[in-house]
Design a protein around this ligand. Structure first.
Ligand code: NAP
Length: 349
């Protein structure tokens, strides 16, 4: 696609932690060009640089810094909208945009568990994208909504997909150690998180079960058929800036040895590759006894891969392991951009 043919895209919630990642990633994107930065009424009409407390490394790109922040109205000059809105406002506004003909790639949780809305990680369930045909037919929308999963379940889902395909996953017991950037900006107070762990993240544990089932489900042509899967999750906020770590114990129909699991993970060929944001390698298996770690492994493949390590037997279920994934890249902005690339490649845009 040449420079002149770039697709105009907008960012809803452009001033937030995930919105800023979108700005950073889309600036040099080969297919997309940012034409809309939208945020709340508080910031509409202001220059982006003035409206936004930039919290990621570097500065906002110069051509973006001077753009005017627009209010959230369905007359924005863009074809694709990346939504980094809080869930409540996403629930209210995303269908209005889809009805008005926009392609909405959402990071918010509002529509992730709705049956006719795809929940996508293209490399593990890219075929689910065809659910939008059913969505459009049912709702009469000229646009559409697709969603990216919760940032915490993203890493485990990427690691568990090949193991599920090989051994039939049945039980997952998981404990998350979630970075502070996952709470957005300003997020958790320093007085709560410095030198501390907060063992509660509202709504998070429920999302783990629902979303893992949908991600690992099979597409029947009209709906996602969920696997029989029990998930028990403990969600913790920890004083790490970026990168969600999850410790898992998992049980299968056919119990693999750690060596068999490692072989399957290493051999995994993503369902869908070759898009501008898809990584060359999706899964990095670490065999050192003390890896993966968020500071050392969150940027694997530019923050698009999951690192999996400490794969060993479990005395209660079958295997134990630890995953690390970048929560604002793979778990948010980069994941949604990859979804948009998939929609373009499949002819939906
Ligand atoms: P955030 O830092 O709090 O940013 C929220 C954004 O939404 C800001 O741009 C804000 O604009 C805008 N907004 C708030 N209320 C609005 C309203 N009434 N109308 C229009 N815009 C409004 O949050 P975040 O961490 O970026 O998260 C954004 C979404 O992505 C959430 O749904 C979150 O659950 C999801 N998510 C986050 C992560 C992560 O790692 N952080 C990962 C996956 C998914 P103003 O600046 O004008 O208030």
């Amino acid at each position: 696609m040449s420079q002149r043919e770039k697709i105009p895209v907008g960012i809803l919630g452009a001033t937030g932690a995930v919105g800023q990642r979108f700005v950073q990633l889309l600036t040099a994107h080969p297919w997309f060009e940012v034409t809309v930065l939208a945020a709340s009424e508080r910031n509409a009409g202001r220059r982006y640089i003035d409206a936004c407390q930039w919290v990621i490394p570097g500065d906002p790109p110069a051509d973006i810094a001077d753009q005017t922040v627009l209010p959230l109205e369905p007359n924005l000059p863009a074809r694709i909208l990346f939504s980094a809105l809080p869930s409540g406002i996403a629930r209210e506004m995303e269908p209005d945009f889809a009805r008005a003909g926009y392609i909405v790639c959402s990071n918010a949780s509002a529509y992730r568990s709705v049956p006719d809305v795809p929940l996508l990680i293209p490399e593990i369930n890219g075929d689910h994208v065809a659910l939008v045909d059913h969505q459009r037919a049912q709702r009469g929308w000229s646009g559409l909504i697709v969603t990216s999963p919760n940032c915490t379940i993203t890493g485990p889902a990427m690691a568990l997909k090949p193991l599920h395909a090989a051994f039939s996953l049945r039980k997952v017991f998981m404990t998350s150690m979630q970075a502070t950037s996952g709470a957005g900006y300003p997020g958790v107070s320093a007085l709560d998180i410095l030198g501390n762990i907060v063992p509660y993240i509202p709504g998070e544990e429920e999302k783990l079960q629902q979303e893992l089932q949908k991600l690992l489900g099979t597409f029947s042509g009209e709906r996602i058929v969920m696997p029989e899967l029990l998930v028990s999750g403990h969600a913790n906020r920890v004083p790490v800036l970026d990168g969600h770590t999850v410790s898992l114990s998992v049980g299968f129909d056919r119990s693999p040895t750690p060596e068999e699991a490692i072989e399957v993970l290493r051999a995994y060929k993503p369902v869908c590759g070759g898009l501008p944001s898809s990584p060359d390698r999706l899964i990095f298996v670490r065999t050192e006894p003390d890896r993966p770690q968020p500071r050392r492994d969150r940027d694997a493949a530019g923050g698009m891969a999951v690192s999996v390590g400490r794969i060993r037997r479990c005395p209660i279920l079958d295997l134990r392991m630890t995953t690390v994934v970048h929560n604002t890249l793979r778990g948010a902005a980069s994941g949604a951009i990859l979804n948009a690339e998939l929609l373009v490649a499949k002819g939906y845009v």
